[in-house]
Design a protein around this ligand. Structure first.
Ligand SMILES: [Fe+2]
Ligand SMILES: [Fe+2]
Length: 364
C-alpha cells in the first residue's frame, strides 16, 4: 500500500462528499466519485480490513500515520471531526451499496452509516449547551464591536484595536471548536445591530478561509482584523444613507461608494493597525477584474488576496443574511453564484478554495 493510493482514495471520498454537500446525493458526480473511491478499496487492505482513525491531528491508515499533507487530507480530517468519527473499519466483502451508504452517512445529519462490512466509531458531537455558549460568545463580541464602532461614529475616541484583536481571537477559538461556519454565523435580530453583526460575520468567514489555507497564526489575526474592519469607512457616511431601506439615488450612491476611501484614510491615521486591514478596507469592492470601486484604472494596482477573501466573505454574508427588504439565500445557491462570478467579481482560486472548504465542513 502506498501513500499515493491513500491520497487518491481520500481525494475521491472528499470529492464525493463535497459534491454531495453542494448538490445532493442524487447528483451523478457523487456516484462517479463514490465509485472511483470504491474501486481503490481493494488495493488498500491490510489483511482483511482497512482501518482509518483520527488520532490527535493525524490521520492513521492501517495503523500508520499518513505523512502526506494536502487540502483533501486536511478537509477529510475536518469532516471526520465534524461528524465526531474516530475510527472507520472497512472489511473485505464490502459492496458498492454499503460504501455509498457510508458516504451519505458522512454528509447527512442522521443516517446510520454502519453496515455489515463497514463500522464507524463515533464520539459525542456538539451538544445544545455548547451551541448556547457559541451564542453567548457571539453576543458578547457583538456588544464589544458595537462599543468600539459607536465611539468612532461619535468621534469620541480612537479605535480600541486591542479590544478588536480580542474579538478576533475569540472568533478564531469558536471556529476551532466548531468548524461548521454556518453554526457560528450570527443572525441579525435588530435592524440597528446589522453593522456590528455584519463585521463579525465577515471576520468569521474571512478567518474560515484563512484557516483552510493554513495561514500562520501571526498573520491570521491580522486577516481577521481586516475582515472585522472592512466597512469601518461606513461610519463616516451619513447615517440616513446607510440606514435607507429603499434604493439609493445617484448622489447617495456616490456617498456610499466613498466608504472604502474613508475607511483606508481613517485606519492609516492610526499608529497600530495592521497594513492588511487598511488594504482590505480600501480594496474590498475593487473586484478581481478591477471593474469595481474605487476606480483604480490609473494605477497598476490589482486586488490583494486578503481583499479578495474579504470580498467573498462580504458577498456570502450579505446574501445569507435576512434583511427587511431581502430574503436570505440558501448557502448552496450563494456558492453557485460565487462560481458564476469567478473571474469577474471574484478570484476563481479563492472561490474554489472557499467552496471546497465550505462543502467539507457543512452538512446539508
Ligand atoms: Fe463595503
Ligand atoms: Fe461589507
Amino acid at each position: 500500500m502506498t501513500e499515493g493510493k491513500i491520497s487518491d482514495f481520500t481525494a475521491s471520498v472528499m470529492a464525493a462528499l463535497s459534491n454531495y454537500a453542494l448538490y445532493s446525493g442524487k447528483h451523478p458526480i457523487v456516484d462517479e466519485f463514490s465509485e472511483r473511491a470504491f474501486s481503490l478499496v481493494k488495493d488498500l487492505y491490510a489483511g482483511d480490513t482497512i482501518s482509518l482513525a483520527l488520532i490527535g491531528d493525524s490521520l492513521v491508515f492501517n495503523d500508520r500515520p499518513v505523512s502526506e499533507k494536502g487540502m483533501h487530507i486536511d478537509n477529510f480530517i475536518m469532516r471526520l471531526r465534524r461528524k465526531g468519527v474516530e475510527k472507520i473499519e472497512i472489511r473485505k466483502g464490502v459492496t458498492l451499496e454499503e460504501f455509498k451508504r457510508f458516504i451519505a452517512g458522512m454528509i447527512t445529519r442522521d443516517t446510520s452509516f454502519a453496515s455489515t462490512h463497514i463500522s464507524v466509531g463515533i464520539v459525542e458531537v456538539t451538544t445544545t449547551e455548547d451551541k448556547y455558549s457559541i451564542k453567548a460568545v457571539l453576543e458578547e463580541n457583538i456588544e464589544k464591536v458595537k462599543e468600539v464602532f459607536d465611539k468612532i461614529s461619535s468621534r469620541d475616541a480612537k479605535l480600541d484595536v486591542r479590544s478588536l484583536e480580542a474579538t478576533v481571537t475569540s472568533l478564531m477559538a469558536l471556529l476551532k471548536r466548531d468548524p461548521n461556519v454556518l453554526t457560528i454565523l450570527s443572525p441579525v435580530r435588530k435592524h440597528d445591530e446589522y453593522p456590528y453583526v455584519h463585521a463579525i460575520n465577515v471576520a468569521i468567514l474571512t478567518l474560515f478561509q484563512a484557516e483552510a489555507m493554513s495561514v500562520s497564526d501571526g498573520l491570521i489575526s491580522d486577516i481577521g482584523l481586516a475582515g472585522l474592519l472592512h466597512d469601518v469607512g461606513k461610519l463616516f457616511v451619513p447615517k440616513e444613507v446607510i440606514d435607507k431601506q429603499t434604493e439609493l439615488d445617484q448622489h447617495e450612491w456616490n456617498l456610499m461608494r466613498l466608504h472604502p476611501l474613508h475607511g483606508a484614510m481613517y485606519l492609516s491615521s492610526l499608529p497600530d493597525i495592521p497594513k492588511l486591514a487598511m488594504i482590505a478596507a480600501y480594496e474590498h469592492h475593487i473586484k478581481f477584474d478591477r471593474s469595481g470601486y474605487p476606480d483604480i484604472h490609473r494605477d497598476n494596482r490589482s486586488q490583494h488576496p486578503v481583499s479578495q477573501m474579504v470580498a467573498v466573505a462580504d458577498f456570502f454574508e450579505v446574501m445569507r443574511t435576512e434583511r427587511p427588504y431581502r430574503r436570505s439565500a440558501e448557502s448552496g445557491a450563494i456558492v453557485n453564484f460565487l462560481h458564476q462570478r469567478a473571474g469577474e467579481d471574484f478570484n476563481p482560486v479563492i472561490v474554489d478554495q472557499f467552496a471546497a472548504s465550505f462543502a467539507a465542513v457543512n452538512a446539508i
